[in-house]
Design a protein. Sequence first.
Length: 471
Amino acid sequence: MSTVDLEAKIPNNVGLRDNKRLMRALETWQPSFLQWWKDMGPTDFNEDQIYLRTAVGVGKGGWAHFDYVKMPDYRWGIFLADGAADRKIHFGDHLGEPVWSDVPGEHRNRLRRLIVTQGDTEPASVEQQRMLGHTAPSLYDLRSLFQVNVEEGRHLWAMVYLLHTHFGADGRDEAEAMLQRHSGDADSPRILEAFNEPIDTWLDFFCFTTFTDRDGKYQLASLAESGFDPLARTTQFMLTEEAYHMQTGENGVGRIIRRAAELMRDGQDPRAQGAIPLDMVQKYVNFWASRSMDLFGGEDSTNASESFASGLKGRYREGDGIYKDPKALGAQYKLAVPDGETMQEREIPLRRAMNALLLDAYHADCRRIVQRWNRDLESMGCDFRIEMPSTRFNRNQGVYGHYKFAPDGTPVTEAEWTHRHTDWLPTHADRDYVKSCMHAVREPGKFANYIAPPAMGVNDQPIEFEYVKFH
Ligand code: BYC
Ligand code: FE
Ligand code: FE
């Protein structure tokens, strides 16, 4: 078991005290991070007391501590999950070799790129969500937002730690650059597309945490298989925090759906009550699910093949021994690709289909979430059903990116798309309407009329607990 140093300026279980050079580098980066938080984070709430969970160790069960803190005083720590002794690389061309505790020279660039891409998304999401605090539907939800924000901040720390420790001067430059690119910035945007999309409403936020944080889960899980041991152990621990983000999303969308269904059951029109009609929720689901599916990259990818072959990025749950061939050689993946008016099935070598495989697992997971929302609709006697859009719908990356499809995956012509896309994706009018529903509710235990209360509070506290104390 690693020792956790909670007294240090930067709480950690990576022995910072014994590595003065690294400690100095990180302590130099810390003020830049705090300045970024103050400029680009949830700026107007930095003086308020938030009931937050803070990671204080990596042991099962007791890894987190709850208390009131001001966000700038949050203890952003560096934690690696404990590693198994003499772990071996369990996939790809280096199968059976000992894992690396230092960066192998021949994989340096690829590894840095993966870490930078991962790291870039974390502060991006905080930037995207920075104004939401002003319209939180309850104190419970406001707390959830800030919990997600501080933890995404910690995930940035996790990647910056790897860059500073293992990539020398370039790593330090990359760590600086993480605070200089900004979500939606015309000159210096975030790396991946979904992280430049605005998150203006709580429906966007809950769809984002359902679908985009869930991409995070799958990407982190495949990096947690990595032969580069520090990356595997960092991402492993990040996943424990990620579960709450996805739960915030699933519950949030679920509560918005439930509220609409309740009103309809009582013979009312959700729209007349400042609630969000279910067909509008479906459009937001379509939008965020498709932008998030793009985060898997191309279905047929030489990058993905190389990352797998080099032992840097494995398949989902690769370590659980669920795949027959840990080298993924000789097998093919069947991919339906557009060919003129029709679809043709093409076989590609499995290694090149690693992004497609991960996307398939993600899509199945999303369908389970949608089913849970639908079970709730059914139990309330409502006939509407939410649907998870096909992996082909509204894509900008990969083999479907240049073609048009309906949400169920049927090919459509450009003309049909032009005619029908406003039925499938939020229009300006939809967005204006959803924005008009957003207003802050700050009385403990009270909720905006578009969202049902949660089933329970946080950390065994009641729903009407004062989750945020304003200064
Ligand atoms: N937008 O070979 P290809 C999270 C680029 S979320 C823009 O098809 P590859 C979080 C790609 O970079 C998880 N560009 O795909 C969630 C490449 O560019 P170059 C984040 C894109 O490289 C919520 C080119 O297209 N973590 O943690 O195999 C809140 C061809 O790429 C996009 C990671 O993503 C796009 N959507 O896969 C907070 C893990 N997609 O090289 C946090 C690290 C692709 O031609 N990243 N491109 O210039 C990776 O593993 C891979 O970079 C990707 C792309 C899966 C993203
Ligand atoms: Fe994260
Ligand atoms: Fe997250």
